[in-house]
Write a protein that binds this ligand. Structure first.
Ligand SMILES: C[S@@+](CC[C@H](N)C(=O)[O-])C[C@H]1O[C@@H](n2cnc3c(N)ncnc32)[C@H](O)[C@@H]1O
Length: 323
């Protein structure tokens, strides 16, 4: 699944690189110094991982390895929540109607939107993201992708969409950017339309190693003015933006359990720590690749030891009041 997506994207990147000769990547070593810097580039390479180079504070890479992680995480979330979205969406939105417009804000490689487009071939779906990591060869006909930054005014009229999906923005927004984001999404959602947010909490309940690690992530996020506990606050933020809450559901994941969903999330956690290596190695005072690999191996073991580490995901479904 992930491997084939990655290889499709690699082919696309290879064909693109000949077209975008003016685009440059800035290379930065873990010590932080830029080794080459020309015009503003679309990407930045740090310790061999490629990151976006936009105004967003988002700090995960946008390369093949990260996109494969997002594909895996999508299917884990789908299993955890028994579907791509809260079925109560269907009480408010007719997903079989040709006039129904769905937006996936921050769609990444577009797995959610393509999955939904396949289930509901009649509605029209748009995915926006700051990074063009969109699929080109596999794309259902009712899906379009556009570059867009939710922190700028999005290129849609007021009251355009019937359903908006907003998933995993915890590392994408500063604390004060949540209200800007939700207000903008409120503007483009139709009265009576719905928004679903899905966000994760922090690792918890594990042994000392896990507690210490979670504490470092919290400290690092706070140093970037980001909110590690936003998942629980989303209902309040949505209400402040004018939405009515329909339902909030939190699901706990026990990373030591051996069932397939928990295995998928354990894989996800390890791959998140791989993706954030350029930042976390410094937080953990880890110097080299070998030592970081040892840390990842220990993380996998510690997550599964008693008391097992827990992770949580919160879905909040809300509605823009009808006029
Ligand atoms: C953790 S990924 C989640 C991707 C997808 N929603 C999913 O659940 O698989 C967060 C995505 O948000 C995008 N993003 C970050 N800041 C953004 C912004 N200001 N506007 C639009 N997209 C943004 C990132 O490029 C990334 O693709």
């Amino acid at each position: 699944m992930g491997t084939s997506l990655s290889s499709i994207r690699k082919k696309r990147v290879l064909s693109r690189s000949s077209q975008q000769t003016s685009t440059t990547a800035t290379h930065i070593s873990s010590s932080g110094g830029a080794s080459s810097q020309q015009e503003k580039s679309t990407s930045t390479v740090i310790d061999g991982r490629t990151f976006h180079n936009t105004d967003s504070i988002y700090w995960l890479p946008n390369d093949d390895a990260e996109n494969d992680r997002l594909v895996g995480q999508h299917f884990a979330m789908k299993s955890l929540f028994n579907g791509n979205f809260n079925t109560k969406v269907l009480d408010y939105v007719s997903m079989d109607d040709r006039t129904t417009q769905v937006l996936d804000c921050g769609c990444g490689p577009g797995t959610w939107i393509m999955d939904v487009a396949t289930d509901y071939p009649n509605c029209q779906l748009t995915g926006i993201d700051i990074s063009d990591v969109f699929p080109t060869t596999i794309r259902p006909p009712n899906v379009q992708f556009e570059i867009g930054n939710v922190l700028s005014r999005l290129p849609y009229e007021d009251n355009t969409f019937d359903f908006i999906n907003l998933r995993f923005f915890i590392l994408a927004l500063r604390k004060n950017e949540w209200s800007t984001t939700l207000q903008e999404l409120y503007r483009i959602l139709k009265p009576g339309g719905v928004i679903e947010s899905m966000e994760c909490g922090q690792l918890s309940r594990g042994r000392e190693f896990i507690d210490d690690l979670a504490g470092r992530v919290v400290t690092f996020m706070e140093s970037r003015d980001q909110d590690p506990w936003i998942a629980q606050k989303i209902p309040g933020c949505l209400k402040t933006a004018g939405f009515e809450i329909i339902e909030t559901t939190t699901k706990d994941i026990y990373l030591g359990k051996s069932d397939s969903i928990n295995r998928e999330f354990l894989w996800d956690v390890i791959n998140i720590y791989k993706s954030i290596k350029p930042y976390m190695a410094a937080q953990l005072n880890i110097q080299g690749d070998k030592e970081y690999d040892e840390f990842l191996n220990r993380l996998a073991i510690e997550c599964q030891q008693e008391p097992q580490a827990m992770w949580d995901m919160t879905s909040t479904l809300a509605r823009k009041p009808s006029m």
